[in-house]
Design a protein around this ligand. Structure first.
Ligand code: PLP
Length: 432
């Protein structure tokens, strides 16, 4: 039994929180989330005969312990730890619609089996006119593994020493490629590789020439690399791992390669991620000549790398729908960002929470465009807010710079600005 406040006949928040029935919910959803639910529920309790602890526990039953929605105020547009690209509302709706039974592999007109995900694949091909065929697997790494297995197992992949990349979390492309049974034929040096280095390495064992976009680092100074047109003239297939997932050139990111241009320059296959600059679901895009794409699609390994219907749904909506949150976040005008940040600062001030508006810099992230910085604006708060906001009912992630927590609204949907302000106010209350 919980004690009732004799004046209002409603228990105090602390009393409800002490109820042992909420201990499990606290472990699952975090104490801050439970507390917020208690506060919200007490209002409902005032109106009826509800048992508070049971109501709160029921309200929290659908909150998973992980994969909680968070607000990305880091100023990193594609944050790997936050799931890279946020899907567009159109893609979210498409995913939801696909959660039931769908015609993913059925032609409704004839009633016969049809090519899996054909409408999503057609949308991808329309977006990249230079591709004569396309295929989609689980992620960029899976696309590379499939290409290496189908085209070079027991043979050689020629790759520049300047492009032996670690993609993150200790995973390295050379290890990934060798895990397929292909041998790496390294050519050139870290800073310089010439056309002659490649042509000398070509032999009867050559499976393909691999060109990797060094997407998460830059080599400067005494450097040289060989472009796709020259490599394509050498004879063996050229597989280009462009990483970022740009399908066409983007003037905002002039140093990022795109699939259409790379194929036009003579690459046989282009490999890219779906959840980087394309702004879609995690996926590995494979685009290129019909013969090679079909060889990859028919390889037994392809079945193990097959994408879910939810991925296909999200990809298709990303390709055919309105601009993605990624695209919007990269292009939001600094003046609009300044206005939103100032308005959030003012709402905080009227709740008695002091924050400053400062100019800051955002980045693309996700291992892309390491040289590009985007002029931005941020709310600046004392650094202890970082931990408090991470454990807020809707966790807010910022970044700590020079002892201050910066909250950059660039990647926060404008419709969530109020929620972010609410979370900061709650954190301020907790901080006392
Ligand atoms: C990101 C990246 C990968 C890995 O792609 P995933 O979709 O994360 O598997 C491979 N190569 C390059 C150049 C990349 O930038």
């Amino acid at each position: 039994m919980v004690d009732l406040d004799p004046r209002r006949h409603v228990p105090r928040t602390d009393t409800v929180l002490a109820d042992p029935r909420l201990a499990e919910a606290s472990g699952r959803a975090g104490r801050a989330a439970v507390k917020a639910a208690v506060v919200a529920t007490l209002q409902r309790v005032r109106d009826g005969e509800l048992k508070p602890a049971e109501v709160v526990d029921a309200a929290l039953a659908s909150l998973p312990a992980g994969l909680r929605p968070v607000l990305n105020a880091t100023g990193v547009v594609l944050h790997t730890n936050l799931g890279r690209a946020a899907l567009s509302p159109a893609a979210r709706e498409a995913v939801l619609a696909a959660t039931g039974h769908t015609d993913v592999e059925l032609d409704l007109a004839t009633g016969r089996r049809a090519k899996r995900g054909r409408t999503a694949l057609a949308a991808l091909q329309r977006a990249v006119p230079s591709a004569s065929d396309v295929h989609v697997v689980n992620n960029g790494a899976a696309a590379l593994v499939l290409a290496a297995t189908a085209l070079a197992a027991g043979r050689e992949i020629i790759v520049s020493r300047g492009e032996m990349v670690e993609i993150g979390d200790g995973f390295r492309l050379p290890d990934l490629l060798e895990s397929t049974g292909a041998r790496l034929r390294e050519v050139g040096t870290t800073n310089r590789t010439s056309l002659a280095d490649y042509s000398r390495a070509i032999g009867p064992d050559t499976g393909f020439i691999l060109k990797v976009h060094p997407s998460n680092f830059v080599v400067r100074g005494f450097t040289s690399a060989v472009g796709i047109p020259a490599l394509a003239a050498l004879g063996p297939p050229v597989v280009a791992d462009i990483g970022s997932g740009l399908l066409a050139p983007d003037p905002l990111l002039p140093d990022e390669p795109d699939a259409d241009t790379t194929l036009g320059e003579g690459a046989t296959l282009v490999i890219a991620s779906g959840d980087k600059l394309l702004g879609g679901p995690q996926a590995g895009l494979i685009l290129g000549t019909s013969i090679l794409v079909e060889r990859l699609r028919r390889h037994p390994l392809a079945r193990a790398l097959r994408v879910d219907k939810l991925t296909l749904a999200a990809l298709q909506a990303t390709l055919t729908g309105p601009s993605t949150p990624t695209w919007d976040a990269l292009r939001i005008a600094p003046s609009a960002l300044h206005a939103r940040t100032t308005s959030a600062r003012d709402r905080l001030a009227s709740a008695g929470v002091e924050a400053e508006v400062i100019s800051s810099e955002a980045v693309v992230g996700g291992g892309g465009a390491p040289e590009v910085t985007l002029p931005s604006w941020s709310l600046s708060l004392p650094s202890p807010y970082a931990a408090l906001l991470r454990s807020a009912p809707t966790p807010v992630l910022g970044r700590v710079e020079r002892g201050r927590l910066l909250l950059d609204l660039r990647c926060v949907p404008p419709s969530s600005d109020d929620e972010l302000v609410d979370m900061v106010i709650m954190a301020a209350v907790q901080a006392g």
